[in-house]
Design a protein around this ligand. Sequence first.
Ligand code: MG
Length: 320
Amino acid sequence: METLPLYREEFVAGAVPLLKDVFIPRILRQDLSDPGDVTNRLAAFRGNRMAKSMVEMAFWDLLAKSQNRPLCQLLGGDRDQIPVGVSLGIQKSFSETRDQIQKHLDQGYQRVKLKIKPGWDVDLIRDVRGAFPNAVLTVDANSCYTLEDLPVLQELDRYGLDYIEQPLAYDDLIDHSKIQARLNTPICLDESILSAEDVRKALEIGAGRVINIKVGRVGGHLEAIRIHDLAHSKGVPVWCGGMLESGIGRAHNIHLATLANFSKPGDTSSSSRYWHRDIILESLEASQGWMPVPKGPGIGVHVDWEFLKSSTVYRELIRP
Ligand code: MG
């Protein structure tokens, strides 16, 4: 697991004491009737959305279980399976990239996302598009480019990409609006979006036309729903990103992605692509590009306590 702040500012070693000393004690033994009560209790604390979302998402799961309903119903979704794509890291060569794409298209995945970076972009996409003229392809730059790279991004316009994800800085909206105005391909915002307010501002200035929702990044399901609804009202599609979750987080993502405006395939691919063995008893595996929504109350999966115990490296007991 990544333990350094290499995506946004948060990281595990920072989140643990904050959860233990501040967030969780403010939730335990409180009278909480809905998820809004949880977010309100933590609202005074700035940022740290991933840590907050851990508490908030656990509450949603408990709430759904207390009502004996699947989480997706409480969130407002009603699908029993969701479309999924894959995200492929940077491979050693173009031919290895093509092999990986072929393998995942053969498995039925509905879109392939390729990581790009300066020097590993236009030539790669030209090569891949030549081999897969009809595949739904996207690229994710994870903030590797600057305004000066506009000509490179404009070259990518030729290859029918579904979107270009987060080309510019992780905390930028303004420059994204400048390049979106000069690209035909939609920009999809990932790192830059932390809230529905960010989405409102981004859409107001034309910084993107697709939104990647990661529940942790935005502070929980409640904010994810707000973003989903706002984007929906503006005709902007969203999809569910992934942070290499274990089965618990993956199940949350799948339930969230049952909402209507998650109209593009998400990164919620099979657990076995990430783990030799997951920490839940159920298997979360996509079939022909569709991930079934776990059935049963709450997130619908159960922790494999025996396996979790055998792989535990650190344990913390938190009391009110
Ligand atoms: Mg991304």
